[in-house]
Design a protein around this ligand. Structure first.
Ligand code: SF4
Ligand code: SF4
Length: 138
């Protein structure tokens, strides 16, 4: 007899928990139809910022290239004698290798390299994970 009460109580307790969650707002979202707000701290793809003159702020110091542990950043740099500063003629990031550690962003002395909140860049082609300057400088 005691066992009957014990088991009935266990069932009621279990059903009580089910009933409690029945009235709570679900935390799951129907992705990709529904999307949650991504935290600004999210480390997505990289983006280079322009300066107040609308020029690229990056001066090709190569610190991001050197600090990247997986060598996924590469660039070519030239000096503009008229403006007396360096620019990059190419700037490429291979997101197929990137581990989104954020070291390049942390190290950038100009603070012009930032992470975006983009996370939807899955692809079947490795080549499309290689982003060139025209896609990074925006
Ligand atoms: S986030 Fe890390 S792995 Fe990706 S490019 Fe920057 S330093 Fe390299
Ligand atoms: S660290 Fe910043 S300023 Fe230097 S090359 Fe990289 S993006 Fe440009």
């Amino acid at each position: 007899m005691t066992k009957i009460f014990k088991y009935t109580w266990a069932i009621l307790k279990g059903m009580g928990i089910t009933l409690k969650y029945f009235f709570i707002k679900p935390v799951t979202v129907q992705y990709p139809k529904e999307k949650i707000k991504i935290s600004p701290r999210w480390r997505g793809t990289l983006k280079q910022l322009k300066n107040e003159k609308g020029e690229e702020a990056c001066d090709g110091c190569r610190i991001c290239e050197k600090i990247c542990p997986v060598n996924c950043i590469s660039m070519e740099v030239y000096k503009d004698e008229k403006k007396n500063r360096r620019f990059t003629s190419s700037y490429t990031v291979n997101f197929g290798r990137c581990m989104f550690c954020g070291l390049c962003v942390e190290a950038c002395p100009k603070k012009c390299l930032v992470h975006t909140t983009d996370f939807e860049f899955c692809t079947y082609e490795r080549e499309s994970l290689i982003l060139t300057k025209d896609k990074i400088l925006r």
